[in-house]
Design a protein around this ligand. Structure first.
Ligand SMILES: *Cc1c(COP(=O)(O)O)cnc(C)c1O
Length: 250
């Protein structure tokens, strides 16, 4: 069996088992394949193995792959359209392409970015789904709203016409044990519940984007609805690409 397909099978089993262990319906946890630095061919393998949701971090790289895959898949019948999630740092001069090409943005970390995305979202595409990135461990090196800033930001962003605020995203500090990993995920879940208490029924946040290759079990135990998995699906990222990654600022 090709490697990517086999990896997807294993990750899917981990996701389903973690959900059942937490007394949750496995259908309530979406597996988002993080395809940054991967070729369109690798993504195509994941599509053929049944995945439809992909996460990308770099605008230019992503739009090229999105165009290529949409063209490929557009020629085939009965293929579900892919859903593209922008999960990386977003500069304000890149918001237009993101608003035009993606279905979701998980990494909204400033009001200004949300305002631009709303202004630039083409009306015919419908609202862009948004998660607020929360700097849940208050790390100086990480972007995101601090937990205290998140409710006011949510209240402002909910008013923007071409966005649909869906939930919160976090990338916690890495921890070695399951019990330690759970702490930040619990805090994000709690923050989401607090925000929901002040929102109307029609506005309540239904999404917790949390958990990656190394901590998806802990995240699902604390209510994750989307796990973002790169390495355990596509293999280790090429260090050369990773180097490019850290030097690139799109
Ligand atoms: C790269 C990345 C991931 C995937 O991480 P892995 O450890 O490779 O699974 C998830 N979320 C974000 C925001 C990322 O940048």
């Amino acid at each position: 069996m090709p490697k990517i397909e086999n990896n997807i099978r294993q990750v899917t089993q981990r996701v389903e088992q973690s959900a059942r262990d937490a007394g949750r319906d496995p259908a309530d946890v979406l597996l988002l394949a993080v395809s940054k630095t991967r070729s369109a061919e690798d993504i195509r393998c994941a599509v053929d193995a049944g995945l439809t949701n992909f996460g990308e971090n770099y605008v230019q790289e992503a739009v090229e792959k999105i165009a290529l895959l949409n063209k490929n898949l557009g020629e085939e019948l009965n293929k579900e359209p892919l859903q593209w999630h922008f999960i990386g740092p977003l500069q304000s001069n890149k918001t237009r392409v993101v608003a035009e090409s993606f279905n979701w943005v998980h990494s909204v970390d400033r009001l200004k970015i949300a305002q631009r995305l709303s202004e630039q979202r083409p009306a015919e595409l419908g609202p862009l789904n948004i998660c607020l990135q929360v700097n849940i461990d208050n790390e100086a090196s990480k972007s995101g709203f601090s937990p205290n800033e998140t409710l006011p930001a949510a209240l402002a962003i909910i008013k923007l016409p071409n966005l649909c605020l869906r939930g919160l995203m976090a990338i916690p500090q890495s921890q070695q044990t399951l019990e330690k990993q759970k702490i930040a995920f619990y805090a994000l879940h709690n923050l989401r519940d607090q925000i929901n208490q002040t929102l109307d029924n029609s506005e309540k946040l239904d999404t917790l984007s949390m958990g990656m290759s190394n901590d998806l079990e802990a995240a699902i135990s604390q209510g994750s609805t989307m796990v973002r998995v790169g390495t355990d699906i596509f293999g280790k990222r090429d260090p050369q690409n990773s180097l490019k990654e850290s030097n690139r600022n799109d």
